[in-house]
Structures are given as structure tokens and as C-alpha cells.
Design a protein around this ligand. Structure first.
Ligand SMILES: NC(=O)c1ccc[n+]([C@@H]2O[C@H](COP(=O)([O-])OP(=O)(O)OC[C@H]3O[C@@H](n4cnc5c(N)ncnc54)[C@H](OP(=O)(O)O)[C@@H]3O)[C@@H](O)[C@H]2O)c1
Length: 224
């Protein structure tokens, strides 16, 4: 079955590149977006070398053309780069689903919850992109630590927050494709909770000297 293509903006980085590997291995063609098309192409080549046979292709381009090319767009850049990056990809996102992985952190206190003025980074993204883009927040709590190791199970559930049911279904499909269990976490206004939870997880990583603590939601059927 043909899978939709995914533009991963910031797919040159730790989190985005790990998600690229998981999705390409599951059959989703990937276009990595970067400020530098050369960097995007170099990282695409590096990631292709990690893939098993029969994976979908990974290519690379500048952020704007990458967003134009993807059927679904994933935003995976530092919060400090969100506004400038969204400005580059806004035209290419119109009419599409944008899944944001972005966590608003305020260095140096990255283990302390900080909420941006609009309540969450995801709500700021929705306001900047406009109503023709359906923004969903997901993957905030999954550490990049083992994402590129395909034989390493991902020990984290994925909270999915958004206002559009179809868009949330896309993000939940992507979580399952990457070997994770998606949980509907309600409207986009709830994105502040998974975003804030990441700061808590960073503190837990430090406290317990681990690289990738995660979350599990209990009390719901795991097959749903
Ligand atoms: N790392 C994790 O374990 C993790 C876990 C959950 C969520 N997150 C969130 O996911 C997002 C990406 O995390 P990451 O660790 O992958 O970040 P990262 O590696 O620091 O950056 C990702 C990419 O964003 C672009 N970028 C970086 N600084 C920029 C700037 N000043 N202006 C414009 N673009 C810039 C770069 O791409 P180009 O140079 O190619 O343009 C970079 O490769 C963040 O919001 C993070 O909080 C991360």
C-alpha cells in the first residue's frame, strides 16, 4: 500500500533524524528539510545507510521546497527556531497536516517547565500557520536516544493533541508506524502538558542518570 510522503523539517537533528529512520523503514518516503539543502542531502545519505532493504527513500532539500513536497509536514526544530522556520515553510504547509514535535524550553533551565505566551509552542504554530494548516502536537516525550536503532523498542507512549480528528489520526498512524503507542490527549490547547512533561523527563534523565526516560498511560486497552 502506498504511504504518504513526510517532510521532516529539522530532520537533520537528533529527534527528527531518528523519526525519519523509523518512518522510512515503515515505508513512508521522507524529504528532510534543512536551512541548507547540502546538509539535508548529506544527512539523507547517512540515514539511508541505516535502513533495511525495501525501506522507502529518504531525500533532502531546503526547508521551503521540502515542505512543498511532503504530503504531511513534521516540524522538529528547537523552539528558538520555530518562528523563523515556520515563516519559511508556511506556503508549503497550506492545506496539510503539520505534526509538531517542538518543545518550548528556556535554557539554561531546561529541566523546568516553561510555557510560551500563547500557552504552548503548538498553539503558537497554529496561529502563525493559519486555519488552513491542521496542527497536531505529538512525539514531545520520546527521546532521540535510541530512535535510530531499529532493533531497539521505543519505551514511550505518544500523547497526541489536536483539534482536527483526521489530523490526529495521521499523527497516531505515524506513532504506530514508528513502533509506539499513540494516546489521544484531547485538543491542541492540551499540548502544553506533553510539552511541559518533556522538561520533567529531562530532569528525570539527570536524576536517574539515564538517556531516555519516557511515559506510559495506564488504564486503557493497549490495542486501541
Ligand atoms: N532530542 C530529543 O531527545 C527530543 C525529544 C523530544 C522532543 N524534542 C524536541 O524536538 C525538537 C528537535 O530536537 P532536536 O534535539 O532534534 O534539535 P536539534 O538537533 O538541536 O535541531 C534540529 C534541527 O533544527 C535546525 N536548527 C537548529 N538550530 C536552529 C536555529 N537556530 N535556527 C533554525 N534552525 C535551527 C537544524 O537544522 P538545519 O541546520 O539542518 O536547518 C537542526 O538540525 C526540539 O523542539 C526538541 O525540544 C527533542
Amino acid at each position: 500500500m502506498a504511504r504518504f510522503s513526510i517532510a521532516v523539517i529539522g530532520g537533520t537533528g537528533a529527534e527528527g533524524s531518528g523519526l525519519c529512520v523509523r518512518w522510512a523503514a515503515a515505508g513512508y518516503p521522507i524529504i528532510i528539510g534543512s536551512r541548507s539543502p547540502e546538509k539535508a542531502q548529506r544527512v539523507a545519505q547517512e540515514l539511508r545507510e541505516l535502513l533495511p532493504p525495501h525501506s522507502a527513500p529518504i531525500t533532502g532539500d531546503a526547508n521551503g521546497p521540502a515542505a512543498e513536497a511532503g504530503q504531511v509536514v513534521v516540524l522538529s526544530v528547537p523552539y528558538s527556531a520555530q518562528e523563523a522556520t515556520l515563516h519559511q515553510i508556511r506556503p508549503g504547509c497550506q492545506g496539510k497536516v503539520l505534526v509538531t514535535v517542538v518543545v518550548p524550553l528556556k535554557p539554561p533551565k531546561v529541566a523546568q517547565v516553561w510555557r510560551p505566551p500563547a500557552g504552548s509552542a503548538a498553539e503558537e504554530a497554529q496561529a502563525q500557520l493559519g486555519p488552513n494548516v491542521r496542527v497536531v502536537a505529538a512525539f514531545q516525550n520520546v527521546s532521540a536516544a535510541h530512535l535510530k536503532e531499529l532493533d531497539h523498542p521505543v519505551d514511550c507512549d505518544i500523547l497526541v493533541a489536536g483539534d482536527d480528528p483526521e489530523a490526529k489520526a495521521v499523527a497516531m498512524e505515524l506513532a504506530r508506524a514508528a513502533g509506539m503507542f499513540p494516546v489521544d490527549a484531547g485538543p491542541l490547547a492540551n499540548a502544553s502538558v506533553p510539552e511541559g512533561l518533556t522538561a520533567v523527563l529531562i530532569g528525570i534523565n539527570r536524576q536517574y542518570r539515564v538517556r531516555g526516560s519516557g511515559i506510559r498511560i495506564t488504564g486503557i486497552p493497549r490495542e486501541s
